[in-house]
Design a protein around this ligand. Structure first.
Ligand code: KIV
Ligand code: ZN
Length: 546
């Protein structure tokens, strides 16, 4: 190691542990349309901390002022031995920005990367191998010097699985020599096959010995992300990079819940290995991420899909009743699914509600608990029974609250068979009273058009609806309806346009629709105000995200 560069005090992964590096807030958030506000990212980070992942990759600070701010706030808040990572390209400006954002963390983790495959070097970076190697060494050394012995410095060779293996090993050797304590092998385009990936991992493990931890990062383009991740663990990788629900670029990343539950459920295949994850918080984490990003979890998704523990056929039902082990390889309780459905009635108390929410994976107290309690009691008045799903919907709705530059004062709509609808809204827009009426194809369309007309003169843009979905939260004809909209600003066009999601929840679907539309308007406005606003949305400006 060159003089002046401290040796890492690691290895940082204790024997017998698979370190869980969650990148939902970085790679996951890169999925088009999955953008979260800084406040939402913070809420996900809190849930990841409850889950007890080892590392939270909070974002890519050089990408935007919003991402920088979100990473800094997560770094400031996250305690209890959980590391906070920030991503940086190997180029002037990026690592400095990342270090600035994470230096306040209890355990800072700098993650620098550069592509190493010939196809990326030639067509994307227009650099030769020697140039890439020199940049990798330069920025790893820089990070080690800046953050000292005790920080994690991770190096990723982007597109490693399509990189010439001898060159890849040369790069890893050089970055470990320069101070990297983790070397990551990304299967960036989801190209690897488990048996071949295991061979690559084994070679890297042999190369670095106990000088560094070998990590892997698998994408799901061939549906093999989890399989490749598990093969890599069996080959000696001791850090896995994963996301909740497998969220991520294109077909996504390896999913945290699949990898963690596979290691836990098949101990003989992973002898003497465990993660720290408190698996009973998985369901709450999955729901929260799905809710905040607007990315639904498919019903047949492993572990967290709605049907993952549902048994339809008579033979299966009969077996499960006699002994759940006949058709269930893990218990629903182990991932935080509670058996009870009926939860709260008009006479229930705050404490009962708090206990129930804790059972569902949410620690809620103080003002937040009071507010949810009031809403739950009102709901118990409006519908026959308040279920777990109703309660979770109320908690999630609260989490996603954004500052209200636009407030709803009232709405009215008339609609008849075969005719157009007329909607009227009355709003407070940046403290100006605005009332507008508009005609539409149906009641929701008419009300959205009236909101557009009220907002346009004040903001200089109106929301443009990209998609609209409606779903019943629980069963029964009195179920609450949850509406999800995705919108952009009319002034923001082209492929880079910021798209935000908004949710509304009510037993009245028109009310839920207007609520969802206004959440989206407020997020779009928050993004415009910039990082000072807690609703500031990470709007990326870099052209070549990994
Ligand atoms: O997929 C990828 O290569 C990445 C790296 C930055 C780890 O996300
Ligand atoms: Zn990735």
């Amino acid at each position: 190691m060159p003089s002046g560069v401290p040796r890492p005090s690691g290895p940082f992964v204790p024997a017998g542990t698979v370190r869980i590096f969650d990148t939902t807030l970085r790679d996951g958030e890169q999925a088009p349309g999955a953008g979260m506000t800084a406040a939402e990212k913070l809420e996900v980070a809190r849930q990841l901390a409850r889950l007890r992942v080892d590392v939270i990759e909070a974002g890519f600070p050089a990408a935007s002022a919003g991402d920088f701010e979100a990473v800094r706030r997560i770094a400031q808040e996250t305690k209890g031995g959980i590391a906070v990572a920030a991503l940086a390209r190997c180029r002037d400006g990026d690592p400095q920005r990342a270090i600035e954002a994470i230096k306040v963390a209890e355990r800072p983790h700098l993650h620098v990367f550069i592509a190493t495959s010939d196809i990326h070097l030639k067509h994307k970076l227009r650099m030769d191998r020697e140039g890439a190697l020199a940049e990798a060494v330069k920025w790893v050394r820089y990070g080690r010097k800046a953050l000292g012995r005790d920080a994690e410095i991770e190096f990723s060779a982007e597109d490693a699985s399509r990189t010439d293996v001898d060159f890849l090993m040369q790069v890893y050797e050089a970055v470990v020599e320069a101070g990297a304590s983790t070397i990551n092998i990304p299967d960036t385009v989801g190209y690897a096959i488990p048996s071949e990936f295991a061979v690559l991992v084994e070679r890297a493990v042999k190369l670095v010995g106990d000088q560094a931890t070998v990590s892997i990062h698998c994408h799901n383009d061939l549906g093999l992300a989890t399989a490749n991740t598990l093969a890599a663990v069996q080959a000696g990788a001791r850090q896995v990079e994963v996301t909740i629900n497998g969220l991520g670029e294109r077909a996504g990343n390896a999913s945290l819940e699949e990898v963690v539950m596979a290691i836990r459920t098949r101990p003989t295949q992973f002898p003497d290995l465990a993660s720290h994850v408190q698996t009973e918080h998985i369901t709450a984490a999955s729901r929260l991420v799905s809710y905040l990003t607007g990315f639904a979890v498919q019903p047949n998704k492993a572990i967290v899909g709605g049907n993952a523990f549902a048994h339809e056929s008579g033979i299966h039902q009969d077996g499960v009743i006699k002994n759940p082990l006949t058709y269930e390889i893990m218990t629903p309780q182990s991932i935080g699914l509670t058996g009870s459905q009926l939860t709260i009635g008009k006479l229930s108390g705050r404490r009962g509600l708090q206990g129930k929410l804790r059972e569902l994976g949410h620690d809620v107290e103080g003002e937040a608990l009071d507010a949810i309690y009031r809403q739950a009691i009102a709901l118990a008045d409006a519908k026959k029974e308040v279920t777990d799903a109703d309660l979770l919907a109320l908690v999630e709705q609260r989490v996603a609250e954004v500052p209200q530059s636009v407030r709803l004062e009232g709405w009215n709509v008339t609609s008849s068979h075969g005719g157009k609808a007329t909607g009227m809204v009355s709003l407070a827009v940046a403290d100006t009273e605005r009332a507008e009426a508009a005609i539409g194809n149906g009641p929701v369309d008419a009300l959205f058009a009236a909101v557009d007309a009220a907002v346009q003169p004040v903001f200089g843009w109106h929301p443009v609806l990209e998609s609209y979905e409606i779903k019943a939260v629980s069963g029964g004809e009195d179920a609450q309806g949850r509406v999800l909209v995705r919108c952009r600003r009319s002034s923001d066009v082209g492929p880079g346009a910021l798209v935000v999601s908004g949710h509304g929840l009510s037993t009245n679907i028109i009310e839920a629709s207007v609520e969802a539309y206004l959440v989206a308007v407020n997020k779009l406005h928050g993004a415009e105000i910039g990082p000072a606003s807690p609703a500031f949305v990470a709007q990326r400006t870099t052209e070549e995200l990994p």
